[in-house]
Structures are given as structure tokens and as C-alpha cells.
Design a protein around this ligand. Sequence first.
Ligand SMILES: Nc1ncnc2c1ncn2[C@@H]1O[C@H](COP(=O)(O)OP(=O)(O)OP(=O)(O)O)[C@@H](O)[C@H]1O
Ligand SMILES: [Mg+2]
Length: 337
Amino acid sequence: MEQNSFTSTEIRRIFRLDEKLTARQTLFNAESRDEIPRSTRMARGKTQVRQWSIDQLPDIGKRFGFLSKPTTQKAVCIFTQKGGTLKSTLTYTFARAAAINGIKTVVVGLDIQASITNLMLPVMVESLTELSAVRNRPGLFHIFYEGAELADVIQKTDLPTLDVIPETASLAMLAKMIPANGSKQNPYTLFKDKLLPLLAGYDLIIFDNAPNWSPLVENALTAAQSVIAPVACDVGTYQVLDNNLAALNEFQAAFKIEWDNFIMVPTLLEKSKLSQQIYAAYVANHADAVLPVPIRRAVIGQESSALNRSVLEYDPASDLAQDYFELTKALWKKVAG
Ligand SMILES: Nc1ncnc2c1ncn2[C@@H]1O[C@H](COP(=O)(O)OP(=O)(O)OP(=O)(O)O)[C@@H](O)[C@H]1O
Ligand SMILES: [Mg+2]
């Protein structure tokens, strides 16, 4: 069961209010002064317990959060060519973290496998016809080539500050069409020139990419000010990292793209000696790019995704939530500058 309401204890955990020495009473005082939304009361035994609903989290986050609204719009591209390094999970957790802090966020799904869409818009389909209706919804392709409006394509989530442009069946078609639309200097400027202006109402745009090179990736890399590359602390990722970084560098040089940030995030860190050595090697060999705030490998990561919550909301007291809390703060410091 996904959790849809939160007690003051849970709110304090989610926003780490103990660390900020914010007392429970401070939360209640803010409520009575209408600085945060009003809770509802639920009987628990003989006492009445205050509860806030999931859609109220962003307004609480605006007052008590750990990430603040950026002064200008930020576009972030999450990409590495290696599969399974937590790109989609990081996109999801970062997006939900920003959104519960009151930052208006949109995720753009660019992987035909639709992992981020499935995380953000779980659908209970009962037949294959229904499933294909969902997959055949209008998508980015229809905005650019069929005159669809953003409103036809964008989907809302349970957080009022978080929307998604889901992956649809027409993504493959879009990937074929877009190279013809950019300039000679850079054929991949469609998102930068046409999509970012449409998304002007958002503080944060996050592109979740497939693990392979494509015109969609090239567009996202061109549109973003910050690129975040999750790198797993395992042998497979370690072995191909230099090749993958070289390809990124070549692309960046060929089209003279300047990013404010290129950030490598170590993920799936294990206690084993090998995983720890790989982590240390990442930090030593790429000191200027690696953010030394690793995400551990933990079953709860999969569990929370399966319940369509970020681990920050699902189990805020867990070690994994602490990892993401530290990571989102460190990332935001760089991305939002
Ligand atoms: N902390 C964690 N530890 C272990 N597994 C995790 C953790 N967090 C998420 N997972 C699981 O790891 C798998 C891969 O994660 P994810 O889909 O985010 O990777 P990805 O880089 O987006 O993959 P792809 O390259 O296929 O797009 C998923 O099944 C996810 O639920
Ligand atoms: Mg993915």
C-alpha cells in the first residue's frame, strides 16, 4: 500500500527537522499561523493525531524543506551509456525530493522502455487493449509534429509540484525525425529551442534517458545546463567508463556545448572490498567530476520504487534515504548554484 498521509513524526523525518533542531511545536505553530497547510485529525486510541496528505507536502516543504527554489529554470540530463546504474531511480528520487520541497518539477521520459513513466504513472490495466491505449497516448512527437498542446501530453502526479511527459510509443518516431530539425552547427537543438520555452513554468526539468546513444539523448544533452552520470560501483561499469566518458567528451567538443556541471554520482556501492576499491578509484581518477556522496545498494531501493514512492518518503529513517538526502542536497547546491 502506498502511503498517502503523514503524521507530524513522519513529516519531521521526511524534512529532517531534528537535524535542524526544529521542534514539533514549531511545526504546530506554523500550522496555526497558516504558514503550512492545515492537517486533519485522526483518532488514534484516545488521542487525536494530526495528519497531512501527500499533496500538502510541497507547501510544508516550502517552509521547512531542505532544497530551495532556484532563481532561474534548471534543466538536468541524467545519462550514462551503461545500463542499470540507477538513472531512472535517481531521476525519480531527485524529482520527488525537489517536488516535496515545493520546487515545480517536470520529468521528461526519453527511454522507450518507459521505466520512469512506469514509476511515475503506475497504471492498473486490465487488458492488452487498455495497455496499448496508454502506450499510444500523444507524446513529445505529437507536440513537435502533430500540433498537440503541452496540456495534451503532460501528466500530473500525486504531488501538485510534479508532472511528467511520459514515454509513449511515438518516441521511436521522434528519434528518427529530430536530427533534420536543428541547425548545421548542432542538429540536436529541438528540445533546447522548442521544448524548454514550452516548459517555462517549471523550476526544474529532468530528462531521464535510455542507456544508449540516440538523437533523444543528444537533444537532452544539448538542452541541459547540468549533466548527471550515475556510475555503478561494479566491475562492469568501471571497465567501460573511460570509453563512455570519451564519447561524451567528443559529442560536447563537436557541438561546442558548455555545461555548468558534469557530475558523476557513484551508485550501487556495496560493502565488498572490490566495490569499495572501485568507488575509491572513481573519486581518485575523476576528482573534479565525482560527487563523493554514494548511493548504496539496498533492497529497499527496489521496494520503494515498486510502491511508487521515493525512498525519502517511503522510509525516511533508512540508511538509503539518508544517502539520497545527502546526495540531493549536494546535487542541488551544484545544479541550482
Ligand atoms: N539502492 C538500490 N540498490 C539496489 N537496487 C536498486 C536500488 N535502487 C533501485 N534499484 C533497482 O535497480 C534496478 C535498476 O535501476 P534503474 O532502472 O534506476 O537503472 P537505470 O540506469 O535507469 O537502468 P536502464 O539503463 O535500464 O535505464 C531497478 O530494478 C531498481 O528498482
Ligand atoms: Mg532507466
